[in-house]
Design a protein around this ligand. Structure first.
Ligand code: AMP
Length: 189
């Protein structure tokens, strides 16, 4: 199995090669074509199985149609929301989005608790297409009206089981209620 059978665009295939990946992991081989096709995906995959690339690569391809160079924040609404349970995972996933997305002109950032809110507010106000967030901090930012989730097309719940174990269900429910009903849902447990 090679990456070029999965339907990813040429620049992402090049990035993957540059990262030294020669073949997709099982979760990547299964999930990437489904995510590209706009399907909902529920996958069981541990950390270390390549799950971050399994959702990030096809999300980048699906959202690249929205890439634009406008200075207006309104032209850069949050299109993909990736919810994660911990600050550590948030940082890792954000790094992966930036690594895999280095040829794709979409903006990404990460927000999590235990950090001053000001820099996160400034970044969000500028417009961000791909947002990695822990649930509590995201709700704080929504409450301050700096994060608008009304144009989210893709929701990723990363380590969903761990988020539930950590008691995030009410927060997740509140966040989901703010999203468009029609969206793509990706859940990794
Ligand atoms: P993850 O499960 O997403 O945390 O990824 C675990 C590690 O596997 C990361 O360090 C990735 O750089 C690496 N990785 C992801 N996909 C592949 C692949 N297809 N081949 C080799 N390494 C990979």
């Amino acid at each position: 199995m090679t990456f070029d059978t999965l339907g990813l665009s040429a620049d992402l295939l090049r990035t993957v090669t540059e990262e030294g990946y020669t073949e997709p992991t099982p979760v990547q081989a299964k999930a990437i074509p489904l995510v590209l096709a706009g399907k909902d995906v529920l996958a069981a995959a541990q950390t270390g199985t390549g799950k971050t690339a399994a959702f990030t690569l096809p999300i980048l391809d699906r959202l690249r149609q929205h890439a634009n160079t406008s200075f207006s924040p309104a032209r850069h609404p949050v299109r993909a929301l990736i919810l994660v349970p911990t600050r550590e995972l948030a940082v890792q996933v954000d790094e992966s989005v930036k690594t895999y997305g280095r040829t794709v002109p979409l903006r990404s950032t990460v927000v999590y608790g235990g950090m001053p809110m000001e820099p996160q507010i400034r970044e969000l106000r500028g417009g961000i297409e791909i947002l990695v967030a822990t649930p509590g901090r995201l709700l704080d930012l929504v409450g301050q009206r700096v994060a608008n989730l009304g144009q989210v097309e893709i929701l990723v719940l990363d380590e969903a089981d761990r988020m539930l174990d950590m008691g995030f269900l009410p927060d997740i429910q509140r966040i989901v209620a703010l999203l468009p009903a029609k969206r793509q849902n990706l859940k990794f447990s």
